[in-house]
Unconditional design. Structure first.
Length: 105
């Protein structure tokens, strides 16, 4: 599938300069992979922060969260959802990277 993308010439040139690529398609791909990698790292860091705080993986924490002394406090519930988001988003971005690597871009 081929898609036509219109952008100002100066923007296209900037993308080529930033990435040091000669083909615009490769420059866009390089930026997409870099952004996706940064997102995966960001969400992994949040997951790691919670793992260290509770000395558990999210799966382990999920299994015992209702039995915690303050298991239904707002803060505990918010941390649960933040951690769940981090694990989900980390997996999402890691899956995207794996898909792109399997396509040999």
């Amino acid at each position: 599938m081929t898609t036509t993308l219109q952008m100002p010439d100066n923007f296209a040139q900037t993308l080529l300069q930033i990435t040091q690529e000669t083909a615009l398609s490769q420059a866009i791909l390089k930026l997409a992979v870099a952004y996706t990698s940064l997102q995966a790292e960001k969400w992994a860091a949040i997951d790691t922060k919670f793992c260290k705080k509770y000395q558990l993986s999210f799966a382990e924490y999920e299994a015992i969260s209702a039995t915690l002394p303050d298991g239904f406090s707002y803060e505990t519930e918010q941390e649960y959802y933040d951690w769940e988001d981090a694990v989900s988003m980390k997996q999402y971005y890691e899956n995207l990277l794996a898909q792109w690597k399997s396509l040999n871009f």
